[in-house]
Design a protein around this ligand. Sequence first.
Ligand SMILES: Nc1ncnc2c1ncn2[C@@H]1O[C@H](COP(=O)(O)OP(=O)(O)OP(=O)(O)O)[C@@H](O)[C@H]1O
Length: 470
Amino acid sequence: MDPPSKSWSIFSRTEITQRYKILEQVGSGTYSDVYKAVRLSDGLTVALKEVHDYQSAFREIEALQILQSSPNIIALHEYFWREDEDAVLVLEFLTTDLASVIKEAKRNWDNGISVGEIKRWMIQILHGVDACHRNSIVHRDLKPANLLISSDGVLKLADFGQARILLEPGFVAEDTNLHEQNISNQTWTPQQPETIPQTDNSCLEYSHNQVQATASKEHLREPYDFTAKDFMDETDKETNFPDGDTSCLATCTTSDIDDDPFKSSYSYELEAGEDTSGALTSCVGTRWFRAPELLYGSTNYGQEIDLWSLGCIFAELFNLEPLFPGTSDIDQLSRIVYVLGNLTEETWQGCQKLPDYGKISFSNIKNPLGLEACLPNRSSDEISILKRLICYDPSSRATAMELLHEKYFNEDPLPVPVTELRVPSTKSGPDEASPGGWCDYNDINLDSDFDEFGNMDISSTGTGFSIRFS
Ligand SMILES: Nc1ncnc2c1ncn2[C@@H]1O[C@H](COP(=O)(O)OP(=O)(O)OP(=O)(O)O)[C@@H](O)[C@H]1O
């Protein structure tokens, strides 16, 4: 990766450089730059995640503070944040991720990932998701690249920049003191994690450690001045990536919508700090892993959106290919409809209330492909697990804990021990031949994948294309 450059803004942060030696940049995301560093006091290797977006930093710190005791959630050692500067999270350093495991298996492992290995990866993911959901946290961006892995095979959920805490299904924590937003102008130096004893209503399985900042929790409130306009301005700056494996926040720009003949079909609600109605945004997550209710514009969804993403991740572990590699939101939905059939009141009672239900319609699919056909060489148990996650009605999706009790995990071949998992030594970069690329759309079309949909009208949008089914 990139060698240290003194131009990196992180070098101007003396409170950090006094304590950490920055070695190299190891990644960057929509809102962040991530560096490998060594803690000077004891030589511990860490990741310094400099988050350039207030809300994303706020969400990540808030969620990680709650989840610190789970072995399958990335550890937050401490964070630095003061007024007018980006937050810097000090995270445990993890060498690779599940996307790299899948890529390596596809390229170099004769029989892909063994069933015993798949089971162990799944169990670890399920424990991480279960920890989130028991704590009423919805991750909202689960995908293989956000499941980081240590060199000894321990998988941890990471990238909580889109996470939200739900008070009750579909409602987020109310910002009670929005007017008191008050970022400390002192560096925050959190104390050592404090263990809070388990209580009846705490997480059942894990004790509840928190990284506690010396600054008060006031600093972790939603920003008061985060207005709809600010949001639009920020998202407008983002580029449209032609790759489906990008975050919605990167792809749903106002310019995208303006260019799109289906403009009226989208409803990307804003999650502005001033909105205390509890509405969530439907514009979350990475398209390939995004639940149908989000694609239909839902703003009062729940943790079930993570369960859909889990199904897509498990399918990718089985197939070494993404299950629904959509090239646009409409294409994403059309792929789902092609496999599961049309979304109707029979498949999900109440679906007609989805904001965009009446705006996006597909011709009647008489013979949906079915998940079995998508995973031709997998066992009936594996298909049945996927069916419990990849289904339209969110309330029918199995919880992470329910899946952990599946007999599949206690049957031969048994899950391999974590230490026997094959782990690539490094992270692989983005795959340029991603099936989410624009070119591949033409291939799909030529292969008549969409014959079932009847007439299609394809029009250029400047940033890509749109398809209209009739
Ligand atoms: N703890 C860590 N150890 C090693 N690498 C990390 C760590 N955290 C993040 N990275 C790497 O840094 C890059 C960006 O991280 P991350 O995905 O968390 O940022 P983001 O801005 O939230 O990304 P996204 O655009 O996916 O929302 C990724 O390649 C990730 O693998």
